[in-house]
Design a protein around this ligand. Structure first.
Ligand code: F6P
Length: 324
């Protein structure tokens, strides 16, 4: 293939820009024309397309977001919108398309594959919920942002002998909350993957207080069925500590990508172009044990992964709590 395109879709994630840059640079070195489709599938429907040069992507690897922007396109899910998207791919002579996105975007990839489009899917989502791959772009930075924020807030909580509860993003996936909780030695932890009650959280917090903790921390995922305000009230009334609840929010989706997300973005960007140059398509890229791989896009839909209970138990052992 000599003419390809790239788009970002769904929630943006740190490392997308590093990936776009690597795609454009690899194309420039190999005389492949690369088009950037602005605003994801919606931009494809509206033919918001331009050729990307090395100069267009210079120095973008250090910033979060996506320079070609992203969207969650409802129109792409309609027959008319989907047909328009296919027409525009043909009109622009696009031989292969790289989609960087999460779960919803991968569904779009599979529809495109079924319609005869040559697609490579790159996992780009802070949620880490594409289970065929150990990591997706942005997850490492999102956890880094959560850890940084909780560490800063904990300093003021500690000075005031206050408890605090933090809610991480991740949709139904508790990975951001888990990795964050372990990193900050959270005293208790709640995700949708493990059944847990507010009473158990309060009991964990009391256990930490009994062992000398003066500013206990609870980390939860947005997918947890528990209510953050209720957790805050329960800790406050049952321990007597002033307790604050905070949604970490969009700060975890922004900011400079970590080296890891940049590196992953570069490696996947290079691999995507390499594959398309050899006319190898309809693949999803992933990473396992630090090795990047490609696997049929059609097959990654139903891959499930066990939640890392071993990591939860590391944390519980730290607080002398029984393993689950
Ligand atoms: O999928 C990424 C994500 O940041 C989720 O963690 C979060 O639930 C959602 O997107 C927020 O979506 P939006 O940016 O549309 O508010």
């Amino acid at each position: 293939m000599k003419r390809i395109a790239v788009l970002c879709s769904g929630g943006d994630s740190q490392g997308m820009n590093a990936c776009i840059k690597a795609i454009v640079d690899t194309c420039a070195s190999n005389n492949v024309t690369v088009l950037g489709i602005n605003r994801g599938y919606q931009g494809l429907i509206e033919n918001d397309v331009r050729v990307l040069s090395k100069l267009d992507v210079a120095n973008i690897e250090t910033i979060g977001g996506a320079v070609i922007k992203t969207s969650r396109s409802e129109e792409f899910m309609t027959e008319k919108g989907f047909r328009k998207a296919i027409e525009n791919l043909k009109m622009n002579d696009i031989e292969g398309l790289v989609v960087i996105g999460g779960n919803g975007s991968f569904r779009g990839c599979r529809d495109l594959v079924n319609a005869g489009v040559n697609v490579i899917g790159i996992p780009g989502t802070i949620d880490n919920d594409l289970f065929y791959t150990e990591r997706s772009l942005g997850f490492d930075t999102a956890v880094h942002q959560c850890v940084k924020m909780i560490t800063a807030v904990k300093q003021t909580m500690f000075a005031n002998n206050r408890a605090s509860v933090y809610k991480c993003m991740g949709r139904k996936c508790g990975d951001i909350a888990l990795h964050t909780a372990v990193s900050v030695e959270a005293d208790s932890f709640a995700v949708s993957e493990i059944e847990y009650s507010i009473d158990q959280i309060v009991s964990d917090v009391k256990n930490s207080i009994a062992h000398g903790e003066t500013a206990p921390v609870v980390v939860m995922s947005e997918g947890s069925p528990l209510d953050m305000d209720e957790i805050v009230r329960a800790i406050e009334t049952q321990t007597g500590l002033v307790t604050r609840g905070m949604e970490i929010g969009y700060i975890q989706r922004g900011g400079e990508p970590t080296y890891y997300d940049r590196m992953l973005g570069v490696r996947w960007g290079v691999l995507a172009v390499q594959l398309l140059m050899q006319d190898m398509t309809n693949l999803a890229l992933g990473v396992k044990n630090d090795k990047i791989f490609s696997t049929p896009l059609i097959e990654v839909e139903n891959v499930l992964q066990e939640f890392r209970v071993d990591m939860v138990n590391d944390l519980r052992t730290l607080h002398a709590l029984p393993k689950i």
